[in-house]
Design a protein around this ligand. Sequence first.
Ligand code: ZN
Length: 376
Amino acid sequence: MHAIFLYNPAVVQFDYGRTHPFRLERLWLVDHLCERLGLFAGEHVARRSFEPAVREALVGAHGPGYLDALETASLGLHAPAMGSLGLGSGDNPVFPALWDYVLHTAGGSLTAAQLLLEGQAQRVFHPGGGLHHAHHDRAAGFCYVNDVVLALQRLAAAGRRIFYLDLDAHHGDGVQTAFYGTRQVLTLSVHQDGRTLFPGTGFLHETGEGEGEGYAVNVPLLPGMSDPEYERIWTELVEPLLEAFAPDVLVTELGADALLGDPLANLELHLSTWWRFCRALAAREIPWLAVGGGGYDLSNAMRAWTLVWMAMVGAQPPAAVPPPPEVLPSAAAGMRWPGDFWSAPAAVESPWRPGPEAIDALIADLRRRIFPHHGL
Ligand SMILES: [Zn+2]
């Protein structure tokens, strides 16, 4: 299986702002660690850069008026109705070269889709992608342009049936909306309950519409849910649906913010279970496009995405994480460097853990709503 890691070093120059939690240094870190561990060496493995997208490639996933505003705002000019387009808020600041940044993000995920379609690789990882909250005409949740929707649209236009799995702690709302009425793309998002976390959607009753009924699946987890709950969701929902849907392509949004210790979410997934899921996906040998996403603890994001790439190339994590390089890029300079791949950051676990009946009820409800649409 050929695997390609997509990384354009230019992305690290972009900055949402000194105090913003979305750190592009994460991409430098995962690239560094993979390189350090020799994970780009080998006959069937490559790291490649990519070109930014052109504006025309974004039209369709986004309206021209919104794209105009985004482009104007990033020149430092005031665009009409910026606020109603989600631009210029604390979450979605207008920063220098914003337009360039969104073209880079989109370019990576579009390149990933193209490489799969051309058969140049069976597995492609673009850790800089995964901006799953951007809407057709609105920025949201640190996301301006939805690179995931763009990649999925390209794959769907080529006739592929796609299973989209989103493990980010936040509901993959922008992606769900774009494919809500079709059965060509099944979207399955496992996230923290919208009553307790942005974006406030992704409830059980959101199951798709029209011919897409039963092809949007939402698994809202309560704060404090951890590996036992994730394991059950994996075996009792994800695997049977993946089996029944039998996709041509698997696309995964692997935001690392569901991991224990993330400062913006309250789920408690451990890296050992994350690794098991990555290996389970790789074992299916379906063409696989993975993107990153959220992940606000730098050491979690760095390790989680290195593990994704290890699963893609069939490598095993070493006992220890190599020591940090002498110089780390800006925000990463203050990070707590991990000693191994598995330990959680020093974080307080939730004082309240939902009992087993909560996950029983959640799984039973979803199986009742969704499984009949898939002959299960
Ligand atoms: Zn997230």
